[in-house]
Design a protein around this ligand. Structure first.
Ligand SMILES: N[C@@H](CCC(=O)N[C@@H](CS)C(=O)NCC(=O)O)C(=O)O
Length: 89
């Protein structure tokens, strides 16, 4: 059974958010797999985000490591930098 070392990535975002668009465009350019969670279309995603961050500001990248450890990363600049540096597929 193959064991993936790559973290599982989810981007919490919403429509009409230029910071979100910037991250989404970077993801397209990098050709990486990131699960999109639109908090205006998915109430479960909104609750997950609010539970983790205490607020609904987007974008936020949820990073789930292979060992199950979860990290939540806010700030579009930090997210783009993280994705560019890691180039996780
Ligand atoms: N400095 C942040 C700004 C994020 C931000 O202002 N997001 C807006 C949408 S574009 C937002 O979620 N505002 C609603 C809120 O903070 O509850 C970044 O670069 O990611």
């Amino acid at each position: 059974m193959p064991i993936s070392e790559s973290p599982k990535l989810s981007l919490y975002h919403r429509s009409f958010c230029m910071f979100c668009s910037r991250v989404i465009n970077a993801i397209k350019g990098l050709d990486i797999d990131v699960d999109g969670k639109n908090i205006w279309q998915d109430s479960d995603a909104l609750h997950e985000l609010e539970s983790a961050m205490g607020r609904a500001t987007v974008p936020v990248l949820r990073i789930e490591a292979a060992d199950g450890e979860v990290m939540w990363m806010p700030e579009s600049n930090d997210i783009v930098r993280y994705l560019s540096n890691h180039k996780i597929k």
